[in-house]
Design a protein around this ligand. Structure first.
Ligand SMILES: [Zn+2]
Length: 438
């Protein structure tokens, strides 16, 4: 029993660790390395090994990362290429790659001649895990950018909530990023993932991305999902509504957009400290009725405040009651206002997109603690946004609807055919890890 538990925990740990390493690898941390730390010289492998389009057996392969103080010139100079030639190379390569763009921490490879001089023949720089820049240093100097082969693998997964959503995903060996995608991108407007109950369950069809067949590069796309929340089914299908601008959204089985035109709240990870209340009595004012026509979201000072919908800033100002505040007009029907900011991040006349940061939580104006007072106007009247039935974002056009229903038919069948795994299987995690590759 304990043994099994340990193995499971161990596996989960490995996954988390692998994920952590992936992120670390992506971060451009400056590395402090002593001057004498030179490139690692690899003995050439015996069988033909191709990388970057070269047979590595033909060269002495030197791999390293760009260090603080490195430049293209200094790297080549260290490898016995003189300045007139370096200048020549830079001039020839500059249309393909600006050598000043070398970033600390990024890997590079030198392919050198196999003789005793080990003259560099090729400089290969990898600005990211997909792309590489080749600067061929041989007689006819030339440079080009290329990409490593990318493979997409469609997968399906299911899970049942026993404690919380991240456990439901990690129990199945699934990436937490997939849980975030479901919670924040697909169902953010329909299902409160913090309130999921034991027995709520999900199915998902998604695509993983691999570089060079082996390097896992994250989730590319979630094609469709199904959530059973409180015994109610919630389907989500990704559909391209604008093939020219490549714009897609998630819609349900009835072609309704899962996104709303408005975010539920202007700050993430906050709690509502005071709701819209027309009959609020305040002891401070002698217990008189002092309506509260906003919704207060308490959050630490400095928390970003987001525009809850696309719109134009019509006020960015200060007064004694509101403190620093911003008001946005979304269309002829809706306006929103955000009070007590530490500082605004927008100017009057500026167009803002849903979710963009318009300021930061503070306690300017008439307030007892750090929070944002969020006010919501419909046709010039202040209303409670938490009780309003807010419009859906960009609905599917009538002429696309038939196409949409045709499109989702096989996808829905695919979703419906996935059966839920038995709760808490005792199978080793590795069997679940790659859930049914199609
Ligand atoms: Zn308020």
């Amino acid at each position: 029993m304990d043994q099994k538990r340990n193995t499971r925990m161990g596996n989960r740990y490995v996954i988390v660790l692998a994920a952590a390493m992936f992120f670390v690898a992506c971060k451009e941390k400056p590395q402090f390395v002593k001057e004498e730390d030179l490139a690692i010289i690899e003995p050439a492998p015996e069988p033909d090994v191709y990388e970057f389009g070269f047979n590595l057996n033909d060269y002495v392969v030197k791999r390293d990362t760009i260090k603080r103080g490195d430049s293209f010139g200094s790297i080549l100079e260290r490898n016995s290429i003189g300045y007139p030639k370096i200048y020549n190379i830079v001039q020839t390569a500059k249309d393909t790659f600006d050598i000043r763009k070398l970033q600390i921490g990024k890997p590079y490879t030198l392919l050198c001649s196999k003789d005793s001089l080990e003259t560099p023949k090729c400089f290969i720089y990898q600005p990211n895990i997909e792309e590489y820049v080749v600067i061929n240093l041989q007689d006819s100097i030339h440079a080009y950018t290329s990409r490593k082969p990318i493979k997409y693998v469609e997968k399906t997964a299911t899970g049942v909530v026993t404690t919380n959503i991240s456990d439901a995903f990690s129990d199945q060996g699934l990436s937490v990023l997939l849980a975030y995608k479901m919670a924040d991108e697909i169902y953010a407007w329909t299902i409160d993932f913090r309130r999921l109950q034991k027995g709520d369950r999900f199915k998902v069809i998604y695509t993983d991305k691999y570089i060079d067949d082996t390097i896992y590069a994250g989730i590319q796309n979630v094609k469709a999902a199904y959530m059973e929340y409180n015994k109610e089914p919630f389907y989500a299908f990704k559909f391209e509504t604008d093939t020219v601008r490549k714009f897609s959204d998630y819609f349900d089985g009835e072609a309704k957009n899962l996104r709303r035109a408005f975010l539920k709240m202007p700050v993430q990870f906050s709690r509502i400290s005071s709701r819209y209340n027309l009959k609020r009595r305040i002891a401070f004012y002698g217990n008189r009725i002092k309506p509260h026509k906003g919704t207060d979201f308490a959050a630490p000072i400095g928390t970003p405040i987001m525009a809850t919908a696309n719109g134009t800033v019509i006020k960015s100002a200060y007064n004694r009651g509101n403190g620093n505040y911003v008001k946005i007009r979304h269309n002829s029907t809706y306006e929103t206002q955000y009070l007590h900011m530490k500082k605004q991040n927008v100017k009057v006349g500026q167009f803002v997109k849903q979710g963009s940061v318009i300021g930061w939580v503070g306690m300017t104006g008439n307030t007892g603690g750090p929070h944002v007072c969020y006010r919501f106007w419909k046709n010039g009247k202040q209303v409670d946004p938490l009780r309003e039935k807010l419009p859906e974002a960009e609905p599917i056009s009538e002429k696309l609807k038939a196409k949409y229903f045709d499109f989702i038919k096989p996808v829905k069948a695919q979703l419906d055919n996935i059966s839920f795994k038995k709760e808490k299987t005792k199978k080793p995690l590795s069997n679940n890890l790659i859930s049914r590759i199609k």
